[in-house]
Design a protein around this ligand. Sequence first.
Ligand code: FAD
Length: 427
Amino acid sequence: KVAVVLFTRDLRVHDNPALSAAARAAEHVVPLFVHDPALPAGRNRRWFLDESLTDLKESLRRLGADLVELRGDPVHEAVRVAKAVGAEGLGLARDVSSLARDRERRLEQACADERIALRTFPGVTIVPPDAVRPGGGDHYKVFTPYWRAWQSRKPRDVEGAPRRLRLPKVLPRSWFRDRKVHPDAAGGETAARNRLTGWLRHLEVYDQFHDDLAADRTSRLSPYLHFGCLSPRELAARVEGRAGAEPFIRQLCWRDFYHQVLLAFPGLRREKYRAGAADTWRDEAGAFQAWQEGHTGIPIVDAGMRQLRSEGWMHNRARLITASYLTKHLRADWRLGGDHFFDLLLDGDVANNYGNWQWVAGTGNDTRPYRRFNPVRQAERFDPQGDYVRRYVPELADLEGGAVHTPWKLPEARRRRLRYPAPLAMP
Ligand code: FAD
């Protein structure tokens, strides 16, 4: 018996339900990844994906198999491979974006036509997005009741990697890609597991420090969770019961929360979640560009935007401040901001990115849609010494302590020497 496993956003061998099931059911397993030109991914995510695939290939080789890599429409390629190797079954992880759901629907049809058994598995979230539903509705609109229901459904079973995988005897050489291993690669399952092990000692103080911008103590696991280099279910199980686990697990639940929102509301990326929400966006191209480049004249905003540009990642507190400044102070359309983030973020995904953007803009499922963060008050609270700003805005490196947050208050002559712009909109 032969089974094909189509990898998508589950680039790991540990706790991968689709891979484990194939290893149990079939004698020969063909692990497959199809590079889909239709998938929107900026340069940062493409690079991370590349490293993750190199790592996956190595892990599969250690288990006795390898990774088949093809390019094209995943449905067409997966069925072509399944037919060529005489597979009886094809497995993959269920996902929630419209692109992923369209892929699943087309796969269902194509597999039915070819008499291949298609099986889909959980694994992208901790609790499957359709597993918890409120009475009388198809998804939770507000986080707290979801969190309560979610906790009682959290799975405890976690699977290891399969012991051994065997490829079918002969596969065309052109199906495989040469990949060079970078010893210090940031992407991939190995890096994810190392990062998790190293970070666990900070779990105890997560609640205390997760909003401290300069301390940079959050897990930075989001890109790994996005590509499935780390199983979110395994992550939850590894932290469960340790001191400080609950506030961290709550954040993981936010991730699941937005996945179930996206499943029920596929237009999340473009349409207002609350159709009646106010949206009087101004269109000032210059202001938007200054925001993108980190030249708004509000140091905490500029620091966040420059962190995004240089690292492909931004601290959650800075994401909140920068998104709020764009939508509430500059009054630009949240979709513009969301697209800019989506283009640069290593962890950029439709559910979390646009779900959070709508929450900040007040068009989403926030219970307080008129919330507006004052960036200076946020800065004084979450970067009191100004170290985060000085790290990313070198023009202000000579300003001491919290004074770095309000350069417009400096004497005129000193301010001019900084070569730093005046605020586009005052806090
Ligand atoms: P930790 O604090 O260590 O949290 C652990 C994990 O919990 C994260 O890796 C993430 O998977 C999840 N998580 C934490 N906060 C949130 C949240 N508010 N919503 C959903 N999941 C959360 N997260 C993304 O993964 N992809 C995005 O595209 C994305 N876009 C965002 C856009 C805006 C405007 C805002 C305000 C937030 C966005 N987030 C996004 C959520 C959050 O900022 C990141 O998940 C977090 O900063 C990642 O860092 P970490 O792994 O160190 O987080």
